[in-house]
Design a binder for this molecule. Sequence first.
Ligand code: COA
Length: 135
Amino acid sequence: MTSVDGLRLEWRGAFDNRELNVLHAEGFGGPVRDDDWVAQVEGHSLGWVTARDAGRLVGFVNVAWDGGVHAFLLDTLVTGPFRGRGIGARLVEAAVDASKAAGCEWLHVDWDGALAAFYLDACGFRPTEAGLIQL
Ligand SMILES: CC(C)(COP(=O)(O)OP(=O)(O)OC[C@H]1O[C@@H](n2cnc3c(N)ncnc32)[C@H](O)[C@@H]1OP(=O)(O)O)[C@@H](O)C(=O)NCCC(=O)NCCS
């Protein structure tokens, strides 16, 4: 666990489904769902990073995994009032460090819109060619 400006960042930190569903709905839009995030990430992810301010979940990132050397960043989220303070970049940095420590060699990410400045400039990803099919 690390502390950054009063925030607690934790790899595989405990969370409950309700607080992550609220954060997810705020970040990606739409209604607050009833998804079982705890089962999903415990069953399928290498790990995740939580950011808490005085106990409140204010940030999250999920590191999906192929079981080998590839991991994939998903669900990068910081709640509105906490954006623009470097928390998103610190969440990603913690995910990078933990993925490297777990033996992964590649961390992938993709994004929509204007987030190149975030992932490339602030988080250190290099651009690559990639493809996507909506199933
Ligand atoms: C994307 C997100 C996680 C960034 O979190 P954050 O804590 O605000 O990011 P940081 O403060 O670490 O940003 C670092 C830098 O990245 C860039 N950046 C961050 N958010 C950006 C955005 N929405 N658009 C363009 N550049 C952005 C800026 O250069 C920023 O530096 P600055 O604040 O000095 O200008 C947050 O805006 C969010 O939760 N968005 C909604 C959900 C989402 O779209 N997630 C990404 C899915 S791929």
